[in-house]
Design a protein around this ligand. Structure first.
Ligand code: MN
Length: 475
């Protein structure tokens, strides 16, 4: 374990890791998991997941020790003496989260969960350890009795998977969801797995043909690259089927490949090469390298026509971007020569997360909190509050008029101005998450023609347009 840590942090003295290993192993010595295994196997697995994320030394140690305070006679004071304040605080954070069990039926518990989440989220590493803990618990869930299994799977799907998604930890999120899906709907899971498997093999052939042609072209260019297949998780297929009320064969995405290379320049070079070899589908190209997503995701996306006329979505990214796409915030959390990497992007993301958690704190009921955890999955949204504390989710880039129409059509129609955080703003002000927006209205006031270029949301646009059309102002 120490060797594994030194692979990515070679300049650190990792002897504390060995100490934590032995300490935890002996503290849990007499305990066993439901599977019959030594309890410590679980602690080690959690630490290994954290190592996989290349997390810093205190976090990996806290992973080893995460159940010591809760499940053994060792006290926080003792731990502080052995391992210092930082590691102990991480363990205490995880312990607090652990003591709260969540079920959707119990609003009081949801409230507790929220309070605790907000308190512990001051240090995001606590949540990352908790997610690694949950992953191992989900992987070994079949050893528990039915009722507990259902509760834990449900909680995972409602709270932990969305949290992982929010932190950009897609690999973890997908695995949590698939495991929860399997335990909550075993029959559907098994059926879908069979169906996907059966259909994939024929699609696989088309795709491997494309990959072979593509591989030869890239090979000739001499650009460094690695071509990966892209697969969709069972749960994401299942939720899409539920959403669109369609059977599996009707909801297939386009075929997809992912190409990894070394530098940003080579991403664009490869993109040029691909577009010159395969016809791109108009409008399909998105550049998330120049403009990353809010959860740090970066890639170039394009859809091209393959040799057999099939559409293939190609994603291009550097190896580093790939790590971020898979591990999210955790990929950025590591020691570089003994210090936290200074990563402006990461700071931004963390601030945003803290702010988000603060808004959640302002939401009136636990139900709202849960609702927003769920609806908030869509990235590139901003959350704007009415003076009464009601929250509206709008696409990023929305203006006061979008907000006005989101609140009520009549308010939108009669809008004459807006205040944001108690200051007058112009109608082309770009709303930011957390803004409190008050719409000023005047009776008899009507929409103006230039509003159409100010609004971002479909809802506002269609209301304004239909009014203007009715009055013969626009065609
Ligand atoms: Mn645990």
């Amino acid at each position: 374990m120490k060797a594994r840590f030194l692979e990515y942090s070679p300049h650190l003295d990792a002897s504390i890791l060995e100490k934590a290993f032995e300490f935890s192993e002996s503290a849990h010595a007499s305990q066993a998991r439901a599977s019959g295994e030594d309890y410590f196997v679980h602690c080690e697995a959690v630490a290994r997941t954290l190592l996989e994320f290349k997390l810093d030394l205190p976090t990996v140690c806290a992973g080893l020790l995460h159940d010591v305070i809760e499940d053994t006679p060792v006290t926080a004071a003792q731990m502080k003496k052995e391992f210092g304040v930082e590691i102990t605080q991480l363990v205490e954070g995880v312990t607090k989260l652990d003591t709260l069990k969540f079920t959707s039926r119990d609003e009081a518990q949801a409230a507790n969960w929220r309070r605790m989440l907000l308190a512990t989220a001051q240090d995001i590493r606590v949540i990352i350890i908790k997610l690694a803990d949950r992953l191992n618990n989900m992987r070994t869930l079949n050893f528990l009795e039915e009722v507990r299994r259902q509760r834990i799977a449900h909680e995972t799907l409602t709270l932990y998977a969305p949290l992982a998604q929010r932190l950009g930890m897609f690999q973890l999120k997908s695995e949590l969801e698939d495991l929860a899906f399997k335990h909550l709907h075993p029959q559907e899971h098994a059926e879908l797995e069979r169906e996907v498997h059966a259909l994939t093999s024929s699609r696989e052939k088309t795709l491997s043909n494309f990959k072979a042609v593509l591989g030869r072209k890239i090979e000739a260019s001499g650009l460094p690259h690695r071509i990966l297949a892209r697969s969709k998780s069972l749960y994401s297929i299942y939720s899409k089927m539920q959403r669109q009320k369609k059977p599996y064969p009707e909801i297939q995405d386009s075929l997809g490949v992912r190409i990894l290379t070394d530098t940003v320049a080579n991403c664009y070079a490869l993109l040029g090469l691909i577009h010159s070899e395969f016809k791109p589908v108009a409008g399909s190209f998105t550049d998330y390298i120049s403009i990353p997503k809010i959860n740090l995701y970066q890639s170039l996306h394009t859809t091209v026509v393959g040799p057999g006329g099939e559409l293939v979505e190609v994603q291009l990214r550097t190896e580093e971007m790939h790590r971020t796409a898979e591990y999210g915030i955790a990929a950025h959390w590591r020691y570089k020569s003994g210090e936290h990497a200074t990563d402006a992007h990461l700071e931004e993301k963390l601030n945003w997360l803290r702010q988000w958690l603060e808004w959640l704190q302002d939401l009136k009921s636990p139900r709202e909190f849960l609702e927003s955890l769920k609806t908030d999955l869509e990235l590139h949204q901003v959350f704007i509050f009415t003076p009464m504390g009601e929250v509206k989710a709008l696409p990023a880039g929305s203006m006061p008029l979008d907000f006005a129409f989101a609140v009520h059509t009549d308010i939108g129609m009669a809008c004459v101005g807006a205040k944001v955080n108690n200051k007058m703003v112009s109608l082309d002000y770009e709303l930011k998450s957390g803004d409190i927006c008050e719409i000023l209205t005047r009776k008899g006031s009507v929409p103006k023609r230039d509003w159409l270029r100010l609004v971002k949301t479909a809802r506002a646009r269609s209301k304004i347009r239909s009014y203007l059309r009715e009055k013969g102002i626009v065609a």
